[in-house]
Design a protein around this ligand. Structure first.
Ligand SMILES: NC(=O)c1ccc[n+]([C@@H]2O[C@H](COP(=O)([O-])OP(=O)(O)OC[C@H]3O[C@@H](n4cnc5c(N)ncnc54)[C@H](OP(=O)(O)O)[C@@H]3O)[C@@H](O)[C@H]2O)c1
Length: 312
């Protein structure tokens, strides 16, 4: 396939580029040209997006990028809606015009958090600007592009020290500073999603005619606290670092955007189709740390670094 990837310079994009380049011809673009394989394109600019897509003549369009900071989206709603919702309308228009399928990445964060587990058919109830814009993107893609794949990710882990903007890297940076205590919320439940597994599952799905919307997260049900405890265990730092449970109020100033108490997903449709390739989150976390952080952790987790090979 000739794959046009828009907004693919981030943590998911890093894995998508690696996985999809094995079997497809790619054109990779982002507003932030941070890799030699990236070209610049701001997808808020329809004329520019159209020019680049038309020049490449893709057989499939993947609209990947977004503003992913919930706090940025709350403070800058106009840019959040332009980037995360209107740009998806651009992608839908282009996919229609070229008669090609569209891939869109959505999020577990579109739910209201009142249920303990959400399947693909549960009704979203977005709480904040980011979630609402991402949900609007889902609706646009579903209503305007007959051949679409929408994949909902959970708490993304991927990209390593350079690209990971999320939870695992935040913990890693604190551990690298030598902290002996990690304050972690005990009231947020969700499902980690390893970018490499996600990219592999996506690559398998686009070979099928099973268009539609899919939850696509790692296996297992967990929460922030348990993920942090598991990370500390895997790094063999449990004797040195204490994971201290706190409530979300503790971080209320820093993380003021509304977040669902529970955004756990289950890949029900993928399972029914026999297409759920996502591994358990603990196994994926282990591979993530081993494959992306092994050099980084050497100064503060030398025991892990020396034993990491045996765990493969
Ligand atoms: N991270 C998560 O936990 C998570 C969870 C569920 C779903 N998702 C979804 O997964 C997708 C990929 O996210 P990610 O985790 O890889 O986030 P990421 O690391 O922030 O990557 C997103 C990329 O999109 C770029 N971008 C932003 N505005 C753009 C524009 N106008 N034109 C072109 N590129 C633009 C960003 O550039 P800048 O960095 O310069 O802004 C960034 O390189 C997004 O659709 C996101 O909503 C993410």
């Amino acid at each position: 396939m000739r794959v046009y990837l828009a907004g693919v310079g981030g943590m998911l994009g890093e894995a998508l580029h690696k996985v999809l380049a094995e079997n497809h011809e790619l054109k990779c673009t982002d507003i932030d040209v941070n890799e030699p394989w990236l070209e610049k394109c701001d997808f808020r600019d329809f004329a520019e997006y159209e020019r680049q897509v038309s020049a490449f003549e893709p057989t499939i369009l993947m609209h990947i990028g977004a503003h992913t900071s919930l706090e940025y989206c709350e403070i800058n709603p106009d840019d959040a809606y332009r980037t995360n919702a209107l740009s998806v309308e651009h992608a839908a228009t282009l996919a229609q015009a070229h008669g090609i399928p569209l891939v869109y990445i959505s999020t577990a964060g579109i739910f209201d958090g009142k249920k303990e587990l959400y399947d693909d058919w549960d009704q979203p109830g977005p709480l904040g600007v980011y979630a609402r814009a991402k949900y609007l993107g889902e609706i646009v893609v579903q209503t305007r592009v007959p051949k679409h794949y929408i994949f909902r990710a959970g708490w993304m882990m991927g990209g390593g020290p350079r690209k990971d903007k999320k939870f695992i890297n935040l913990l890693m940076k604190q551990l690298a500073k030598g902290v002996t205590e990690l304050n972690v919320v005990n009231d947020k439940l969700g499902t980690p999603t390893y970018t490499v597994d996600f990219a592999r599952n996506l690559a398998a799905m686009i070979e099928t005619p099973y268009y539609g919307l899919y939850n696509m997260v790692c296996g297992g049900e967990t929460g922030r606290l348990e993920v942090a405890q598991e990370l500390v265990q895997q790094l063999k730092l449990q004797d040195r670092v204490q994971v201290k449970p706190v409530t979300s109020d503790y971080f209320a100033q820093e993380y003021f955007a509304p977040r669902p108490a529970c955004e756990r997903l289950v890949n029900y449709k993928l399972k029914l189709r026999g297409m759920d390739l996502m591994r358990d989150w603990r196994v994926a976390l282990h591979d993530y740390v081993r494959d992306y952080f092994s050099d980084y952790v050497k100064p503060f987790a030398p025991q892990y670094a020396s034993e990491a090979k045996d765990l493969r």
